[in-house]
Write a protein that binds this ligand. Structure first.
Ligand code: SF4
Length: 317
């Protein structure tokens, strides 16, 4: 049996995650430890553990941060109420919210100002959804499942817009929006795609290779929305089996039984070193022949948060 690996590209770190991780690293270098971080800076176990070892302290809420200390807000974004809590405790803040999440916040604020009912397609309890909904709590209703579509009630069916979480499955979101349009034919689309370029590109890449794969391994954490979507997309696109693992050591060797082609990809919050570890693990088991399947070349990069750029400039001069 021929054994080979198809390696998806793009995979791993997106521009928003890279910026958020570098923000914490630079904050540690500039201000020294400890640097507090509200929530996981990005949804990846390895990243959180590595930054913790360097002096980052992860907390759930701003009220756990000592008065006057420095806190970084995660890439997933925060509701305005969190900025207010931080100000009330005199916290110094660096906001590492991904600019593409900020864009959705701005859309929510704008449509709320125009008094629209906003149907936010996203996963209940996800931090990003909490932050976006928090921009306009009186106007936003969350739509997660098909059942939620039936529960939505709007004031004026001609003044309804849908927005979404940035890390959803493109196909499932389309399905949910079509269900919503069945109820509200005048439902308006967002001014531009809310599902971000990185989420879409990683799904396109996994779709391209999945039909040839007996098994698709996705490196990513269980609380990472975009990583979990990659497993679902792989299965829908024809992979015989697909699993999410944080580390190569979590792969059950039994999954390889009878497997000729293994597809490998990783979520947007995953450093590539973890993928390289997995490739080495697979090579040890005879899967040393690796072919990259490239569906896009990403060149997106975001500037560091303004607060941090200012401090870095002051330090330099
Ligand atoms: S997945 Fe998309 S929205 Fe989230 S941090 Fe990355 S680029 Fe930004």
């Amino acid at each position: 049996m021929t054994k080979r690996v198809l390696l998806a590209k793009p995979r791993g770190y997106c521009a928003g995650v890279d910026r958020a991780v570098v923000t914490v690293e630079k904050a540690l270098e500039t201000y020294g430890a400890p640097v507090y971080v509200r929530k996981e800076i990005v949804h990846n176990k390895h990243v959180v553990q590595t930054l913790s070892e360097r002096g980052a302290i992860f907390v759930e809420e701003a009220d756990e941060v000592p008065e006057g200390a420095l806190v970084v807000f995660s890439a997933h974004g925060v509701a305005p109420a969190v900025h207010e809590q931080a100000a009330a405790r005199n916290l110094r803040t660096i906001d590492a919210t991904c600019p593409l999440v900020t864009k959705v916040h701005q859309e929510a604020r704008r449509f709320a100002r125009e008094d629209y009912d906003i149907l936010l397609v996203g996963h209940e309890g996800h931090e990003e959804v909490e932050g976006t909904a928090g921009e306009a709590p009186d106007h936003v209703q969350l739509v997660d499942t098909a059942e939620d579509v039936d529960k939505v009630a709007v004031r004026d069916p001609s003044k309804v817009v849908w927005l979404s979480q940035t890390t959803l499955s493109v196909d499932e979101t389309l399905e949910r929006v079509n269900q919503l349009k069945g109820r509200f034919p005048e439902l308006q689309d967002p001014p531009s795609d809310d599902i971000c370029y990185a989420t879409q590109n990683r799904q396109v890449a996994v779709k391209a290779m999945a039909p040839e794969c007996d098994l698709v391994l996705v490196v990513g954490s269980t609380n990472s929305s975009n990583s979990k979507r990659l497993v679902e997309v792989a299965l829908q696109a024809g992979a015989r089996a697909s699993y999410l693992v944080d580390y190569a050591r979590e792969v059950d060797p039994a999954w390889l039984s009878g497997v000729s082609t293994v597809g490998v990809t990783s979520g947007a919050s995953v450093p590539d070193i973890l993928v390289m570890d997995l490739l080495a693990w697979l090579a040890d088991r005879g899967y040393a022949d690796v072919h990259e399947v490239t569906t896009a070349n990403e060149k997106v990069a975001f500037a560091l948060p303004r607060e941090l750029r200012k401090a870095l400039q002051e330090n330099a001069s």
